[in-house]
Design a protein around this ligand. Structure first.
Ligand code: NAG
Length: 265
């Protein structure tokens, strides 16, 4: 190769680099502080908009994603209807397949799901889902509901007799006495009708009102009662007390407490 053409090549390359040099320096100008720019005779940069009225308006206008339902989880508190005495919380334990409550046993975590802006009707006939996690009995079913006693005269609660239901866990049913799998049937073998959608919920107080639905679909006047650590439902408290020969039978109230709410989208 002629040395002349080598020199030409080198010069061409050098001029190419030089031609690009101003572009490089221009790019780096953007990284200089205004003080450095002033020293180099460059105009100051325009102020950076940290708060944009347009962007702010957009954020404010964007409405939150509406929730469809909310799931409220907690424990079921059992208190005396008259004195308000706290008896305990519905537990994960069973007695002959019936749910118990006891201040010393593990409480059962449950949940209900209701619409986000519930109407009064939305709060009636609810299921209480029983969140079983470890522990608990061998008779668990998905819902905490009521189970007609095996020796009842029929599947209805009535002021005319001492029929009563026990609280326990059951598979999902509609709001009529239904022979299905439940905790008492598992424990005793007898086919006993149960109901899951027996709850009315008051979001303001957490109150859970129990209603047994009779065979014709009508709502029985339902009194939740307790004897020892067992929970029952009856329409005639005096008849039941006499039948069980228990003067210490008490009417109780249920309430969902220690709640956490999840908005479902
Ligand atoms: C009813 O209970 C009382 C007091 O515990 C007892 O003395 C009585 O024998 C019981 N009656 C029946 C019929 O079981």
């Amino acid at each position: 190769m002629h040395s002349l053409s080598l020199i030409t090549l080198v010069l061409t390359a050098a001029s190419a680099i030089l031609a690009h040099a101003p572009v490089k320096s221009k790019r780096s100008e953007g990284l200089l502080t205004n003080a450095q720019r002033l020293k180099r005779g460059l105009p100051p940069l325009p102020p950076v908009a940290r708060w944009s009225p347009t962007r702010h308006a957009l954020v404010a206008r964007a409405s939150p994603v509406p929730c469809t339902t909310q799931t409220i989880s907690g424990l079921i508190e059992v208190t005396d209807d008259i004195s308000g005495t706290l008896y305990g919380y519905v537990t994960t334990d069973y007695f002959l397949g019936y749910s118990t409550f006891d201040p010393t046993e593990d409480p059962r975590t449950v949940s209900i799901t209701i619409p986000c802006n519930p109407s009064a009707d939305d709060l009636v006939g609810l299921n209480i889902a029983s969140l079983i996690s470890g522990g608990g009995g061998t008779n668990d079913h998905p819902y905490f509901g009521a189970i007609m006693s095996y020796d009842a005269s029929d599947n209805d609660l009535s002021s005319a007799n001492a029929n009563y239901a026990w609280m326990g866990t059951t598979d999902l049913t509609s709001a009529v006495p239904t022979v299905t799998s439940n905790s008492a049937q598992d424990a005793q073998g007898a086919k006993q009708a149960s109901e899951s959608p027996v709850w009315t919920y008051d979001p303001a107080t957490g109150a859970l009102t129990l209603t047994w639905y009779n065979t014709d679909g009508s709502a029985a006047t339902t009194y939740p009662v307790k004897v020892d650590s067992l929970l029952f439902a009856t329409e005639n408290v005096q008849h039941l007390a006499a039948r069980l020969n228990r003067s210490d039978l008490r009417v109780v109230n249920y309430r969902l407490v220690q709640t956490t709410v999840v908005q479902n989208r």
